[in-house]
Design a protein around this ligand. Structure first.
Ligand code: C5P
Length: 282
């Protein structure tokens, strides 16, 4: 990715194709990248959208996070990943719930494209392959309903509230899936900000963490459940923040993004200060 102080990836959801391209053009200098997802895939297709984004005027091409979460058998995911990697996105994801065989097939597919096809397809950078742990729109009860958390998993430990115990249970599941992704050779994980610290502790600091579910302090959560502010996400160690509606539905998307970037810069500076203080002490 480009300027390392830029951490926001804007989700181009909830808008028409023309609006998405215009939004990318408006925000491109201030983002780490833009995210295209199912809405674009099922309308114009990935290839057409990537071509339009690649043609935006500007000093650099805007990096694209292709967020399609393909959930299928390993063979199908492998072929789909190859097709996608050849289009040149800089971040690609797969759901960890697809299991080890699928994750390893995705890993191998992306590696194969980079090793064998990158010159034919003019690829300049190997994409990051990240595993989607648990959608940030899901909470404890949702996960219990679909059987990913059993009632026994919820231990109401003395001295902590049920909410904290539930968050801990969700976090354990997310960390388990991130560890699975890591053991399959993936470069990082998509998770809630409140799980980022635990993921870095378990998977190491070079394992990238991308956090959706970001909301400005006091803003509406929409359909997200495991939410955090930009500053909280950065303080927890998130590498990239995926933000959609808080920016794209704001009265002034560019000003809102700039405000978020300022909060991100402050949180990064505080983090650096903490590291420097620790280094001086030790
Ligand atoms: O509008 P909002 O900021 O909620 O958009 C978040 C984006 O992140 C959506 O495009 C959604 O598909 C995506 N996402 C998510 N949770 C995940 C993975 C992706 O919300 N675990």
């Amino acid at each position: 990715m480009r300027d390392p102080s830029k951490r926001v990836i804007v989700a181009l959801d909830n808008m028409s194709y023309a609006e998405a391209i215009a939004m990318a053009q408006l925000l491109q200098a201030e983002v780490a990248g833009v995210k295209i997802g199912l809405e674009r895939l099922y309308a114009e297709g990935v290839s057409a959208t990537m071509d339009s984004l690649a043609c935006l005027p500007g000093p650099e091409m805007v990096p694209v996070f292709a967020d399609f979460k393909p959930y299928d058998i390993a063979n199908t995911v492998s072929k789909a990943m190859k097709n996608l990697a050849r289009l040149g996105p800089q971040i690609i994801n797969v759901p960890c719930l697809g299991g080890r065989k699928m994750l390893m097939a995705a890993r191998k597919a992306v590696d194969d494209v980079w090793e064998n096809d990158r010159y034919n397809f003019g690829l300049t950078r190997k994409p990051l392959l990240v595993g989607v742990t648990i959608l940030t729109s899901l909470g404890f009860e949702d996960l219990r309903e679909i059987g990913l958390i059993t009632t026994e998993g919820y231990a109401a430990v003395e001295g902590i509230t049920p909410e904290i115990a539930q968050a801990k249970t969700v976090r354990n599941l997310v960390v388990k899936l991130a560890l699975l992704a890591k053991s399959c050779g993936l470069d990082g994980a998509v998770a809630g900000a409140h799980e980022a610290l635990s993921i870095h502790a378990a998977c190491g600091s070079s394992f990238k963490i991308i956090t959706p579910g970001i909301r400005l302090a006091g803003a509406a959560a929409d359909d997200q459940v495991r939410i955090a502010t930009p500053s909280e996400a950065i303080a927890a160690g998130a590498d990239y923040l995926v933000i959609g509606r808080p920016i794209t539905e704001a009265k002034d998307p560019l000003a809102t993004l700039q405000l978020i970037n300022q909060q991100v810069a402050e949180a990064l500076a505080q983090q650096q200060e903490g590291v420097a203080r620790y280094a001086r002490k030790s």
